[in-house]
Write a protein that binds this ligand. Sequence first.
Ligand code: HSE
Length: 474
Amino acid sequence: MEAQVGGRAPGVLPAEEEGPNARRIPPIMVRPLVDGGKPGPAAPGVEVGVGLLGFGAVGSQVYRLLEEGAERIARRTGWRPTVRRIAVLDPARPRAHPLPVHLLAPDAAAVVGDPQVEVVVEVMGGLEPARTLVLEALRRGKAVVTANKRLLATHGAEVSSAAAAAQAPLAFEGAVGGAIPIVKPLRETLAADRVRVVEGILNGTTNFVLTRMTRDGWALADALAEAQRRGFAEADASEDVGGHDAAAKLAILASLAFDAAVTDADVFREGIQEVAPRDIAYARELGYVVKLLAVGRDLGEAVDVRVHPALIPQTHPLATVEEERNAILVVGERAGPLVFSGPGAGGAATAAVVVGDILDVAGRRRRGSGEAAPARRPAGVPARRPVWPVEDLVIPYYFGLQVTDRPGVFARVAAVFGEEEVSIASIVQKSRGAVADVVLLTHEAREAAVRRVVARLRAMDVVKSVDSVIRVVE
Ligand code: HSE
């Protein structure tokens, strides 16, 4: 067969292989989100009653997907999950998608208690009444699907043990990273491996902000306003900027990865409020990018869990994750490094995995395999483990300082580092004048010593300011 170069029809991909069996792949049809086309013959599909708690960005999309995708889902999986009842906190609230009022229950307890509801889908968010409703659903032996990161990060152990006690299936893929499959890989696929590291960009808003500051030189406030306009940010954007949202997600991932009960209160947290465009520019010159990084490490006796701005090398697998995208690097002892990435938020994306969870738990419930089945931890809840104090962290640090520009100043600054046993890897003066910008990188040092250095520098007459101290994650 003659090779065809540039002679193919528009939209048709090249032949998969050359030779007599070569076959053309038809053009890829981009289908609208709404399943259109002629309805085919109804697929049989086993009905599963679903109760929806919440009808916001995710809940309304779950409803849409179950309605519009019903035939396809039944044909593909044999299940026909059907929303039987819906409860919302405020039916009068204006919504992007109209509430199907014929399914509206008088209150959430009526959804959880409805005998037609086998799977309770909690997408209302917040701690209460979500916690009480989820626990009640599990106590009744219903399957529960939740996308509520705050609930799981705070009360994950209680919810897991309720599921185990009732032998009721529980799934929560939508709670971390939107549609990125990360919960199941950690909970099931890698259950036999030992995961030592989970590192991630877990907040879309701050990644968008840092990307705009890095690439386009925007100020933090302007980039945040744009993220809010685009709908990535939490209702209270300080949840994003202050690292709370990422800390909740890290608590969930660390619990799964390290088989430990980690809560959001365990996670050391610093936000991006203090990151300055100058630090981003200097970091770039040194071969790094600045990210809000969530770091989880299994240290054996303890777990190291923290969210903070970090300099990561431009060659790091997470360095090229930009805009509002999320990504998680998982390092298994046997599996090696794995990267999961994707949009990380959004109603339609999250709804796709919530419906995947509904199909999963429906099957498990009908087979009688709840949380106490052999594939699940019989005792239900992993133990708590001590959290490694951040003061004992031993990693490199970046310093941005302003010092008086005259001979002997470097020597005095360097002496402080030396006396505190913090070894300097490089020190560069970035500007000239009465006061000069100085950028300094240390070798691995103990955080407690670095904090002593900062306090001593701030007391020196030749040091005008210690503007930034940022951890370096290699
Ligand atoms: N505000 C969150 C973010 C949305 O920016 O990632 C998803 O949890």
